[in-house]
Every structure is written in structure tokens, then in C-alpha cells.
Design a protein around this ligand. Structure first.
Ligand code: DGL
Length: 273
């Protein structure tokens, strides 16, 4: 029996989903959270739709086995390509990052256009442009895949001249054309300053984590599923590889000690436990 005290489940291809977790912790401080980061199979962003969908279903099943009351697909790539299969396999509600982020961006857009940056798979899927066209028909949308941003963020090269150069190369086409930019990848909020600099002034950045956390809160509220218990929340983190490295990065990024980080095994039939 799923009750409001059950945890929110979040999955991502690796550590990047912590940008969403951080927003969930800030906005919903009473909620228990179970996180799964697929660190053995990251990145998802350059894999085929077929593979991403298969992984997303396995990740969903794993979270369901932990008794979650809601599934948050923190990974933009999985949200772009696999939301339908997540919903089909989930016995609890689920929310991806695309729709809430597109809505937030459309509400902030001005006279110019809306920019979207993400992994190759996310941009090739056109998921953001499709969602934006539904929400704001006629909006001018400009998209660009920025595949090197993920490894740069993973290497911690947030302030580095190589990152500045690459950002300028990717983002020069947006100059003067957008007033809002969707950071359509879990890792991009980590490169916020570099992206901002490369875009020049006057472009508002929309963080997928923030918009998605708000959407999760609204969904739980309308279903009367917000946790009302005032006890200290329990956070469980599961990864498919490198738990120690994950722990170090996560503690630094979330600014707190993690009490529960475990490695899980992915079996050949796709079962994760
Ligand atoms: N989590 C992915 C996303 O938000 C980025 C990392 C990857 O390619 O797996 O699209």
C-alpha cells in the first residue's frame, strides 16, 4: 500500500540527476527520496532510442521495487525518448523534465526566441521543440546539441578556458536570437556561469531541475500524497557502479553527508537489485 510517507523515486543515467534531487530537497524538505544513478551505463545521451527506452524501463522497475510513490525521470535524454514506456510500466504517477521545463521557459519567453541545449539524443528527438510548440504555438525555437558539456562537467571543468572555448563554439549561433535558454541536460546547471558568459547578457537560463521539482510538488499535492510527517527525511542513493566516487561528488554537490549509498547489480535479464 503506497502512502504519503513512501519515498519519491528519481532516476538518472548517473550523477547528473543530483541537480534535480537538490531542487527536490529544497522544495520538499519532508520527502523521503530514493535515487538511482546508472553510473555503469552512463552516458545515455549518445545511445540509440531503443537502448535508452530499455534502460529507462529497468530503472523504473528498480524504483518501484523500493516502494516509491512517484517516479521523477531526472534524465533529459530518458525523458525525451522514454516517458511513454516509463508510464506504461509504472504503477505510480511519473513526471519527466521536458514538459515542466518547456512550460516554465514558455512562460518566461519574450519577443525573441527560446533556445534549447541538450545531449545529441535529446536534441535529435525534438522532444523540447514539440512540447514548446504545443504550449506556445508560433514560438521561435532554436536548438543545439552540446555533447562535450557532459564530460567537461564530469571532469569538474566548470571554470576552465577549454570549457569557455567550447561553449562559445556551441552557443555562438544563439547570439541575439533568444531571450530564454533551456538547460536541457542534467549536467548543464553545473556549467551555468560558462553558458551565461558565452551567451552574453540578457538571456535567462531555465533549469530543468527547478521546474521539475515544482511539477512533482504540484502532482503530489493534488493527489494528497505530500508527506506530512515531520521526521528527518531518509535519502537512499543506489548506483550501478563506482559508489565511492558517487558518494564524494554527491556529498560535495548536495552539501551534506550521505548516510546511504549502495551499489546494485544489473543482471543480464535487465533486473537491477
Ligand atoms: N542525464 C543526461 C541528460 O540529462 C546527461 C548525461 C548522459 O548523457 O547520460 O540528458
Amino acid at each position: 500500500m503506497i502512502s504519503p510517507a513512501n519515498p519519491i523515486g528519481v532516476f538518472d543515467s548517473g550523477i547528473g540527476g543530483l541537480t534535480v534531487v537538490r531542487q527536490l530537497m529544497a522544495l520538499l524538505p519532508n520527502e523521503n527520496i530514493v535515487y538511482f544513478g546508472d553510473t555503469a551505463r552512463v552516458p545515455y545521451g549518445n545511445k540509440s532510442a531503443e537502448v535508452i527506452r530499455e534502460y529507462a524501463v529497468q530503472d523504473t522497475r528498480f524504483l518501484l521495487s523500493k516502494g516509491v510513490k512517484l517516479i521523477v525521470v531526472a534524465c533529459n535524454t530518458a525523458s525525451a525518448l522514454a516517458m511513454d514506456v516509463v508510464m506504461a510500466h509504472s504503477t505510480v504517477p511519473s513526471v519527466g523534465v521536458i514538459e515542466p521545463t518547456a512550460r516554465e521557459a514558455a512562460s518566461r519567453a519574450g519577443a525573441r526566441g527560446i533556445g534549447v541545449i541538450g545531449t545529441l539524443s535529446t536534441i535529435n528527438s525534438s522532444a523540447y521543440s514539440t512540447a514548446l510548440h504545443d504550449i506556445a504555438p508560433g514560438a521561435r525555437i532554436l536548438s543545439q546539441a552540446c555533447p562535450l558539456f557532459v564530460p567537461l562537467a564530469e571532469e569538474g571543468m566548470f571554470e576552465h578556458k577549454a570549457t569557455d572555448l567550447i561553449a562559445k563554439e556551441y552557443l555562438s549561433g544563439f547570439s541575439g536570437k533568444v531571450d530564454v535558454m533551456i538547460l536541457g541536460c542534467t549536467h548543464y546547471p553545473l556549467l551555468r556561469d560558462v553558458i551565461s558568459r558565452a551567451l552574453g547578457g540578457g538571456v535567462e537560463l531555465v533549469d530543468a531541475g527547478e521546474a521539475t521539482a515544482k511539477s512533482a510538488r504540484d502532482l503530489l499535492k493534488s493527489a494528497n500524497m505530500l508527506n506530512q510527517q515531520g521526521a528527518r527525511p531518509r535519502y537512499e542513493f543506489y548506483v550501478s557502479d563506482f559508489p565511492q566516487k558517487f558518494n564524494e561528488i554527491a556529498e560535495r554537490f548536495l552539501g551534506r553527508k550521505l548516510e546511504f549509498v549502495r551499489k546494485v547489480q544489473i543482471y543480464s535479464d535487465g533486473d537491477i537489485r
